[in-house]
Design a protein around this ligand. Structure first.
Ligand SMILES: Nc1ncnc2c1ncn2[C@@H]1O[C@H](COP(=O)(O)OP(=O)(O)OP(=O)(O)O)[C@@H](O)[C@H]1O
Length: 347
């Protein structure tokens, strides 16, 4: 084979907390489900994000790392020792490994925040309970909500309560399966910032599954890219953003246009590899440019910038424009392309 998508396994150059070695888990004997032959290393005290398209195996990998499901073959290690299987007995608040997903917590909607967060703690030591619960609520900035019934909180507040409950026993690993989905952009950024603080201050290890590129790039120390149940690429957000090896990775992480070689030619790019990806941020309107061969087809307001869809010979490009209000639909423009990425057709 002249090309393989299987990357070199990550090198374990920092202290590991969790690792899977050649782990396979299929459902009902169907090899296209679950994950196949996966080796990953999770460094201690860092945020590792698992990324991939829907159905690629992210949650399955997360559950294997939590000991919630048993691999068909391969091993999962926690601090170098085989991970005990906890299966259905998995209790978020009692474990050194906790999981927060949208449906993982059994919260009592009529009970108040304090009761919901504290009920995972031993009841015999009242002072301990007060101290731990106060600490967890303060950590997530929700102490003022302590008397509110859980069911009456906003989606974002509920997420904070859920995370406070997961953190109350100071777990070593916090797994977050799409935890910010229901939360608006502002609230999400605050929560992301707070989780980063907790990682820095406590040294807790976070494993995150998300579909949001901005979240993945800003939060993660390491990204693991999974496709059809296999790890296909890994690296820092910077590495994978600037130099993705796979078209698949660039499509997950970046607002971009994907072109065939013939379409790329229209943009003045001669590609021998088959696919060209141009990030929206790498296209500029060239005010000095000759010809003005591109037509503005759409102008999308994005706040401090606009997204322009421009077209020439049935090729459409997405680009960002920071000189807002300057261009309207129907305008003719010249462009310059600062950088593009090339990929083989088979990627
Ligand atoms: N309990 C199960 N029974 C049968 N098939 C399953 C089960 N869990 C996962 N699968 C299958 O395994 C594959 C991977 O599922 P998984 O939930 O891990 O993907 P995912 O990447 O987390 O997807 P999404 O982003 O949509 O949540 C899918 O084809 C899914 O249908």
């Amino acid at each position: 084979m002249f090309f393989t998508t299987t990357p070199e396994p990550q090198t374990a150059n920092s202290e590991l907390i969790l690792e899977t070695i050649s782990v396979t888990k299929n459902f009902f004997g169907d090899k296209s489900s679950g994950v196949n032959n996966i080796t990953v290393f999770v460094p201690k005290g860092k945020i590792t994000a698992i990324v991939g398209e829907s159905g690629s195996g992210k949650t399955t990998l997360l559950k294997l790392l939590a000991g919630m499901i048993k691999p068909d073959s391969g091993d999962v290690f926690f601090h170098g020792q085989p991970l005990p299987q906890r299966g259905a007995a998995f209790k978020a608040t009692h474990a050194v490994i906790t999981m927060v997903s949208q449906d993982s917590q059994e919260m009592d909607a009529s009970a108040n925040v304090w009761k919901n967060v504290s009920n995972g703690l031993p009841t015999e030591d009242r002072n301990y309970q007060i101290q731990k619960t106060t600490q967890a609520l303060n950590l997530l900035g929700i102490f003022h909500l302590r008397d509110q019934p859980f069911g009456k909180l906003s989606g974002g507040e509920k997420q904070r309560v859920t995370i406070a409950k997961a953190l109350i026993n100071r777990p070593e690993v916090l797994m977050l399966d799409e935890p910010f989905n229901q939360v608006d952009a502002n609230y999400r950024e605050g929560l992301q910032h707070d989780i980063r603080q907790i990682v820095n201050e406590w040294g807790v290890t976070v494993i995150l599954v998300s579909h949001d590129p901005a979240e993945l790039l800003s939060m993660a120390d390491e990204l693991i890219v999974i496709k059809e149940g296999e790890i296909v690429e890994h690296g820092s957000p910077q590495e994978l953003y600037h130099s993705p090896k796979l078209l698949y990775t660039s499509k997950i992480l970046v607002a971009s246009t994907e072109l065939t070689a013939a379409q790329a030619e229209v943009c003045g790019i001669a590609s021998k590899r088959g696919s060209v990806v141009i990030y929206a941020e790498n296209i500029r309107v060239d005010v000095m440019g000759m010809g003005k061969k591109w037509i503005v087809k759409q102008v999308l307001f994005k706040g401090f910038y606009e997204e322009l869809i421009i077209e020439r010979q049935e090729v459409s490009l997405r680009m960002f424009n920071y000189a807002r209000g300057k261009y309207s639909v129907g305008d003719k423009v010249s462009i310059s392309i600062k950088k593009f990425h090339e990929f083989g057709k088979w990627l």
